[in-house]
Design a protein around this ligand. Structure first.
Ligand code: ADP
Ligand code: MN
Ligand code: MN
Ligand code: MN
Ligand code: MN
Length: 338
């Protein structure tokens, strides 16, 4: 028997953006535990905005398990939060996803590294050279000395624990980066995005660097904000599609604009201004290869008979991928297929 360190990880009840929480349970197994072998556990919901002090027990139900690449005999146990009666806690948004393995999601997470209250690489006073050469840049002047080291270490952690990481790039602003997570099944994609965020947060503890997920940390300046573009396709979109269905789908997205914006991350009006490759938050638009539209339609989509995937560019870096996927699937479900 081996004593395993099981890190139970969940989302707390803070609004509008939940935080990652985790605590360790030591338990003996013959070999690395399967999901079925992991017990439900509990925590004090009064400390996480998930319960009153008088009746504060919440239940952690394991839903995914990964080998923890940074801990000897460690497991990362991603959980849903349940009420003691076994129903989903109101803060459990994963439970609202109408899942379907045929839905594929690719999330592009943008974020800033922050240190001493400013983006990593910014001077103590004033600004570095304006944007231009940072995006996909190389060299100390472009990316500094430790950002890439953190990014590479994070990439390895994700790949080592089996997260379907798809790539990284330095972004437009100094100190800003992106990684992409893709999953077949919206829950799978969203679970792995939260796990990748967890690994990034935990990793940067030792560097004394923060991750700033706010969508416009530098406010109303010429520095880009951060998004989390949601690329999605359903089996129907990939295999049947068609111009008529596509137009009906976009009309439904337009109709549901408010519902989408409500879950696409806080303060998005600061970012979706119509500048910096964004569309204004209150006006839905779509366009082929158009990075200034709400939804970008890849060039290949109309070429292939209106089949393939679409990119909703509005979700922001602080958005909850569970809520984003849930709303996109809800809107899709409202459009009849042939
Ligand atoms: P860009 O920066 O040009 O918008 P990225 O390469 O950063 O593009 O991200 C594109 C994302 O689209 C990737 O995460 C990829 O996994 C995802 N993607 C590609 N094909 C599909 C598909 N059929 N369904 C859903 N997502 C997809
Ligand atoms: Mn205790
Ligand atoms: Mn990208
Ligand atoms: Mn990007
Ligand atoms: Mn994109």
């Amino acid at each position: 028997m081996t004593k395993y360190k099981l890190e139970y990880i969940w989302l707390d009840g803070y609004t509008p953006v939940p935080n990652l929480r985790g605590k360790t349970l030591i338990k003996e197994y013959d070999s690395f535990p399967t999901l079925e072998e992991l017990p439900d556990w509990g925590f004090d919901g009064s400390s996480t905005m998930q319960a009153d002090g008088s009746n504060s027990d919440c239940v952690l139900k394991p839903i995914r398990v990964f080998v923890d690449p940074a801990r000897t005999n460690g497991a990362l146990v991603l959980c849903e939060v349940m009420l003691p009666d076994g129903t989903p806690h109101p803060t459990n948004k994963r439970a609202t996803i109408l899942d379907d393995d045929g839905t594929w999601f690719g999330f592009e997470q943008e974020y800033f590294f922050y240190k001493d209250g400013r983006p990593l690489g910014f001077p103590e006073h004033g600004y570095p050279e304006p944007q231009g050469k940072y995006y996909t840049g190389v060299g100390y002047k472009q990316v500094g000395s430790i950002a890439r080291q953190i990014v590479e270490e994070h990439l390895d952690l994700c790949l080592d624990c089996g997260i379907n990481h798809e790539g990284i790039n330095a972004e437009v602003a100094k100190g800003q980066w992106e990684f992409q997570i893709f999953g077949k099944g919206s829950k799978k994609a969203a679970d792995e995005m939260w796990m990748a965020r967890y690994l990034l947060e935990r990793l940067t503890e030792k560097y004394g660097v923060d991750i700033e997920y706010h969508c416009k940390p530098l406010g109303d300046t010429d520095w880009n904000g951060s998004g989390m573009h949601a690329n999605f396709s359903t089996e129907y979109l990939r295999e049947v599609g068609g111009e008529e269905y596509f137009k009906a789908l976009m009309a439904q997205f337009e109709k549901n604009l408010e519902d989408h914006i409500a879950v696409y991350g806080p303060d998005n009006h600061m970012r979706l201004t119509g500048k910096h490759e964004t569309a204004p938050w209150n006006k839905f638009s779509y366009g082929v290869a158009d990075r200034g539209a709400s939804v970008r339609v890849p060039n290949s989509f109309p070429k292939n008979g209106y089949k393939g995937y679409l990119e909703d560019r509005r979700p922001n870096s602080q958005g909850d991928p569970y809520q984003i996927a849930s709303q996109i699937l809800k809107t899709i479900s409202e459009v009849p297929t042939a």
